[in-house]
Design a protein around this ligand. Structure first.
Ligand code: AMP
Length: 473
């Protein structure tokens, strides 16, 4: 069975007390700062009391989607926004967010980061009740459940959110516009990040704190797992779901390893510091004699700096990334696929030739990137290649919103470290260990979701649920 379209994304919520202000341009800048969380589509929904709801979504980067015209056609002092991640699943406008529904008696606009593992079952129930779905998104499922509880069953918004969340299994960070109010919800396991900031009389919610920095807002705190936040009387109001505090915390470790920007702080832990620590831990595990430590840009730069500082081996660039490569076409031939890799990364031959190099990457998932990358590096004729990886072997899929790969695609699920080393044809290969990674993050192991590396998932996974693979040229 194909899993539903997953939503591993960046979300924003904006509440300004001054009704004469239009906040869409600010949401745009917040989404711009979260662009690394999703490049497939982007969208903003705004609300103004005398005008109502407006929204605009499109495919591509935030700068492709919004021009002056679109932004200025989104009036309102309240808004939500979304950037969506690309997967090999269907890439279509219907799946872009915010997801907006207008019911005649009201509307709901919702931005979702996460993945609801039982959404197939919930969707079937809703279809049986006469709901018609226009997307593959599980966000639409959440939206209709909310519509049912709030508008049909006449529950107030908080009671409706409580009823809906009691049915959801999986990960969700949500920003919601309903009844002209902004709400934010974080699942009780805290799998996906969501934080809140303040700027004058504005409150801002975002997946990562880097969105606050860009508009010079002051970070206040992370949304507590299982918390619903809303802004009546221009204050932060908080409601705790019944499930809050009753389930195991499960913060996604992959946010720290790869997904989040290094200048973000998630649940009190700075991502850059964590990645530096990963480098230090790699040095403790693999104290290799080498001439230079080289990162695979950009995500591995802090780990390479950490290794270099711990070892005294100079840090140096050896691969240059073309930062203007966006989505390339899906390349049908081998030659074109190779071209795409060369377009993205190019080795500095002069920095590598004849040297014993330590190359550091944040993770190996399917192994295809590493193979291509190492072929490029070998063309520059290093004396030795030692490849170190900042994430333990990924042996199992993620069902909570990081589209990694199916089990059969995951190289470490199918081969031993020694076999992978042989396939990569390098002098040594070293993965960080799980305890060393936990140490680097600095959070108790039991508060992390480590499902992709130890197969211990924080929820039940429905039988037959298939994981998705991310898109990468
Ligand atoms: P591969 O082993 O070919 O799947 O590629 C692994 C590389 O892709 C890692 O070094 C990361 O930089 C990046 N990566 C890992 N996980 C993801 C993901 N879920 N989405 C996009 N890129 C990823």
């Amino acid at each position: 069975m194909q899993g539903e379209m997953e939503d591993k994304c960046g979300i924003v919520g904006f509440h300004c007390n001054d009704e004469s202000r239009d906040v869409a341009p600010l949401v745009y800048y917040c989404l711009y700062a979260l662009q690394h969380r999703g490049q497939e589509s982007a969208g903003i929904a705004t609300f103004k009391s005398d005008i109502g709801l407006n929204y605009y979504c499109g495919m591509g980067l935030i700068t492709d989607v919004f021009r002056d015209y679109e932004i200025h056609n989104l009036p309102g002092n309240m808004a939500i926004g979304h950037v969506r991640y690309s997967t090999t699943g269907q890439s279509k406008i219907e799946n872009s967010q915010p997801f907006v529904t207008d019911f005649g008696d009201g509307f709901i606009a919702m931005a979702h980061n996460g993945d609801i593992v039982n959404s197939e079952e919930l969707r079937k129930e809703l279809i049986d009740e006469g709901f018609y779905f226009k997307s593959d998104c599980d966000s639409e499922v959440i939206c209709y459940l909310l519509k049912k509880e709030h508008y049909d069953n006449d529950k107030n918004v908080l009671a409706a959110i409580e009823a809906v969340c009691s049915k959801l299994v999986g990960s969700y960070a949500l920003t919601i516009l309903v009844d002209g109010e902004l709400y934010a919800v974080r699942d009780p396991m805290g799998i996906k990040p969501l934080a809140i900031a303040k700027r004058d009389d504005e409150f801002i919610l975002a997946s990562e704190t880097v969105a606050f920095d860009v508009i010079n807002a002051e970070y206040i705190r992370d949304i507590v797992p299982g918390e619903v936040v809303y802004f009546k009387n221009n204050e932060i109001n908080s409601y705790m779901l019944e499930s809050a505090g009753k389930c195991k915390l499960s913060h996604c470790m992959f946010e720290y390893v790869y997904f989040a920007r290094p200048d973000s702080t998630i649940d009190g832990i700075n991502v850059y510091q964590t990645r530096m620590n990963i480098g230090r831990q790699l040095h403790k595990l693999y104290p290799i004699d080498a001439d230079i430590v080289i990162p695979v840009p950009d995500s591995s730069i802090p780990a390479a700096i950490g290794y270099s500082r711990a070892s005294g081996i100079p840090y140096g660039e050896g691969l240059i990334k073309n930062r203007y490569v966006g989505r390339t076409f899906i390349m049908p031939t081998q030659e074109e696929r190779e071209l795409a890799v060369r377009l993205k990364l190019n080795p500095i031959k002069e920095a590598i030739k004849g040297k014993k190099i330590i190359l550091i990457d944040d993770s190996i998932v399917r192994g295809t990137t590493s193979k291509k990358l190492l072929d490029l590096v070998k063309e520059a004729e290093p004396a030795e290649i030692h490849f170190l990886v900042g994430c333990p072997p990924v042996i199992s899929p993620c069902y909570y919103g990081v589209a990694m790969a199916t089990k059969k695609e995951l190289i470490a699920a199918n081969y031993s470290v020694e076999e992978i080393k042989e396939q990569l044809r390098i002098d040594s290969l070293g993965y960080i260990t799980l305890p060393a990674l936990v140490d680097a993050i600095g959070m108790p192991e039991e508060d992390l979701c480590l499902g992709c590396i130890n197969e211990v998932y924080p929820t039940k996974i429905p039988e037959g649920l298939e994981a998705e693979t991310y898109y990468k040229p």
